[in-house]
Write a protein that binds this ligand. Sequence first.
Ligand SMILES: Cc1ncc(COP(=O)(O)O)c(C=O)c1O
Length: 388
Amino acid sequence: MEQEFSVETLLQHLGEQEPFPYGSVTPPIVQASLFAARSLRERTARGGLNEAGYVYTRHSNPTVRLAEQKLAALEGTEDALCFGSGMAAIASAILSFATHGAHVICVQTVYPPTQMLLESWLPRYGVQASFVSGECPEEFEQALLPNTRIIYLESPSSLYFRLQDLCAVSALARERGILTMCDNSWATPLFQNPHALGVDIVLHSASKYLGGHSDLLAGVVAGRKEHIEQVAQTRELLGGILDPFGAWLLLRGLRTLPVRMERAHRSGLQVAEWLAAQPQIAKVNHPGLPSHPQHALARRQMRGFSSLFSFETHPIREEQAYTFAERLRLFRFGCSWGGYESLLLGWTQTPPDAHGKASWLFRIYIGLENPDDLIADLHGAIEALTPS
Ligand SMILES: Cc1ncc(COP(=O)(O)O)c(C=O)c1O
């Protein structure tokens, strides 16, 4: 079925050729911890699995499996696994391949808890990490050590939305037998398929766009069967599988992913272009804008752009940043993204100067509201950011 239909059609039909019980159009939530076999003899012959191929939900579950089939088809990988959060997926993937004595090269602007895992937590188990900006493939080459086992990518990366050349980096890793992993949460499988560009393992926080409704915590690991089997063993031992209801919410979110992403692409660019034209804004970090230093690469390796980006101010007083935020009526202030609601967060980028002024970085997420309303809201508040 994979080759026959487009992604939008596969999302609705893959794994659903047989009607669900009672003709239900939504899949059942198989809320079971245990799957028993009818015969002890058969169970033993099947290596502990029952007649349907299940044993215990920490190992696998039919509702979770349906989500995994759809995600593998979306990412164009042989298989995929769902986890209880993006961090459970990321940690399990890294732990599956980073053995004692291994070295990992990672991108500096990676999602901060991933950086913390590599920098502060894994050294306890004899795994070391180096960090590079990732903006040119040579940096990875220069950071290589004889014991480098993993190159960890996140493109575009968190906060500054910098890219890595996925083709070039995965080619240099492949030549040396190094595994590549890429967090693809920002672009989603609709706008970027790292595996098709040579990356071995694709990771997602499905708590973002894939779930899409700010009501789910989930993660995904996708890749070749041999790698997925190894990660499945880690998942079973660490117990990080997604629960059946979470998988059902993920399946529901995936149904509307193409329409939500089309909207995210358009609305994100519209607001980014408007912000880039405002005198109060020093810089907008959005890979879809021609002003982004890696715009050409972005167009080469992505088919679209999502609606999370950041903008930087000229030096301002702290009070101005808070006044700007307080004047907004349609944005909420929170750390996740990928749902229906627009969000804003802000930080100083530099220590305050002698006049108490600093440049601020705002991360903005454009939700499903009408972008004209969001621009009007920003218009009503942006005066507060005027340098004085
Ligand atoms: C890029 C990126 N990757 C991974 C994660 C972690 O995902 P989760 O919160 O589902 O554990 C996040 C969460 O914000 C993220 O932004």
